[in-house]
Ligand binder design. Structure first.
Ligand code: HEC
Length: 106
């Protein structure tokens, strides 16, 4: 991993409970579902905006992450408890939560 990625993560080192998607619709979905576990890392969930938490997850590839979101994965409930989310929303939410880790592998 390049040092530029680490520096970005440090620069964005906000508490994950204060980070929300810029898009209002996505923010509403996030607040109703993913937030309850991913903001604080409840049950071992990778924390929103934490490149450190998300880096190993993104190494599996975005398609695996999408599958695990839809089908569930260990403590992660199927659909992440977002019944109104489609694939597009899930991808946007995963990329939002992944912070700089989401773009590092591209
Ligand atoms: C009830 C709590 C809970 C909710 C709600 C939740 N998650 Fe998770 N999520 C988890 C936990 C716990 C893990 C870690 C599972 C593990 O690896 O042990 C996880 C892991 C993940 C992963 C990584 C899976 C992998 O393959 O490593 C993704 C992606 C994810 N969640 C997306 C989402 C999205 C998107 C939402 C909202 C639509 C969401 N989650 C809502 C608890 C939750």
């Amino acid at each position: 991993m390049s040092s530029a990625v680490v520096n970005t993560a440090q620069a964005n080192n906000l508490p994950s409970t204060k980070q929300f998607p810029a898009d209002p619709d996505l923010k509403a979905l996030y607040t109703q579902s993913c937030y309850s576990c991913h903001a604080m890392g409840t049950g071992g969930a990778p924390r929103t905006g934490s490149a450190k938490d998300w880096q190993p997850r993104f190494e599996q590839g975005i398609n695996t992450l999408l599958d695990h979101t839809i089908q569930g994965f260990k403590g992660m409930p199927p659909l992440g408890m977002c019944m109104d989310c489609g694939e597009e929303e899930f991808l946007a939410l995963i990329e939002f939560m992944g912070g700089s880790a989401a773009t590092a592998g591209e």
